[in-house]
Design a protein around this ligand. Structure first.
Ligand code: XIL
Length: 379
């Protein structure tokens, strides 16, 4: 899938807009600046699907897909197929779903999504190979009661990664090989998972090597939350990435989940953060963007949400190899946030529960429409 990667530096958004320079510079300077200010571009409607607006920029816009909604809700299904150029399985490529009983694989739901994506010209972001959450009971119980030894767990992990990555070989754009490997706070360390405990800290390098052997063309990413800005946790990833690359471990990208919450500061230096990974030669992407707040909403929160979505999308557009901007659900009807927060927080996606566009959706459209035309994919 290398050909799909953005090969050329993608320069700036119309950053000058904030300073009013766009208005001052006038239409005639648009060719020189590369800004999308020609009358032709201006006359095109902004109200187009995100995938259409992003396509000339060499950027894929994705969503997590809820397979029950995809099967049962025609409006949802139609919107997934027309609005997005990439999809991620919200749950059906997690270990508990793929291997519910030992050596018994359940490919059906994931294969359905892969087929759906193919018929809609979408790429599939593989989520997720190793994660401490949503593991099958047979595995966690076996490790806990000692019936699965450390050595056996290593074999199980190797075989699982090999089986899954081979099954989807050629159909996955890039895998989240390890998800949420670091702890939070000021001094992040590798999270104390069954993988760290039993395979040791090199489990990350091993997982990447095993995945690479099973599908040499798939991108191989690490992925986490609360690393959107420059902070101790993202710096821990930066150091890990440098170390892995120095050891020729086949890491190709870094995924930033982008689960924002308006009670925390906006990650306004996300662009600096993505660019430092870019400068290591890694692909980057936002993998799970949503912006939650405490209910009920109000106009201030709506504005905060607009700013948050815009900040992340701009950071991506300003980073040469940022190749994907994926929403963790696109309608409040199916977002995971209310359930996860006991209905305290919600309204975290760009479309409301009736699939109507919120200001955040308009902001995404406008940000894409403003982006510089040099963001072209070179196959
Ligand atoms: C979430 C799903 O959205 C929920 O449906 C599920 O109950 C729990 O997991 N980080 C991740 C995702 O990497 O896999 C999580 O998805 C959200 C947080």
């Amino acid at each position: 899938m290398k050909t799909l990667r953005v090969k050329q530096l993608r320069l700036a958004l119309v950053g000058a807009l904030a300073t009013g320079a766009l208005l001052l510079s006038g239409l005639s300077s648009s060719a020189a600046t590369g800004l999308s200010t020609t009358p032709a571009n201006r006359s095109q409607s902004i109200d187009q699907p995100l995938r259409v607006l992003a396509q000339p920029l060499g950027l894929r816009v994705g969503t997590a897909v809820d397979m029950d909604a995809l099967a049962n809700d025609a409006t949802y299904r139609a919107r997934v197929s027309t609005e997005f150029s990439a999809v991620t399985a919200e749950n059906v490529m997690k270990w508990e779903t793929l291997e519910p009983a030992r050596d018994v694989y359940n490919w059906g739901p994931a294969d359905t999504l892969v087929d759906f994506a193919r018929s809609n010209g979408q790429l599939v972001h593989g989520h997720v190979l190793l994660w401490h959450s949503q593991l099958p009971g047979w595995l966690t119980t076996g490790v806990a009661d000692g019936s699965i030894s450390a050595g056996e767990l290593r074999t199980i992990v190797h075989d699982y990664i090999t089986t899954v990555v081979r099954h989807f070989r050629g159909k996955i754009w890039q895998w989240d090989v390890v998800n949420e490997a670091f702890t939070d706070g000021d001094n992040p360390t590798l999270r104390d998972t069954i993988f760290l405990q039993n395979l040791g800290p090199n489990y990350i390098a091993d997982a990447l090597r095993w995945a690479h052997a099973a599908d040499p063309k798939a991108g191989l990413w690490l992925n986490d939350y609360a690393i959107d800005n420059v902070n101790p946790k993202s710096t821990a990833y930066y150091e890990l990435a440098k170390q892995l690359l120095a050891q020729h471990v086949p890491l190709t990208g870094m995924g930033f989940q982008g689960h924002l919450d308006l009670q925390y500061p906006i990650p306004s230096d996300a662009v600096d953060n993505l660019r430092r990974f870019d400068q290591l030669g890694l692909d980057t992407g936002f993998t799970e963007v949503d912006v939650r707040y405490f209910l009920p909403g109000d106009t201030y929160k709506t504005a905060g949400q607009v700013g948050s979505f815009t900040t992340l999308l701009q950071a991506c557009l300003l980073t040469p190899r940022c190749e994907m901007f994926t929403l963790w659900g696109f309608t409040d009807r199916y977002s995971w946030i209310p359930k996860w927060s006991n209905n305290k927080e919600g309204e975290a996606t760009p479309l409301d529960a009736n699939f109507q566009p919120k200001p955040a959706y308009r902001a995404l459209q406008q940000t894409l429409a403003l982006a510089d035309g040099s963001h072209k994919r070179h196959n």
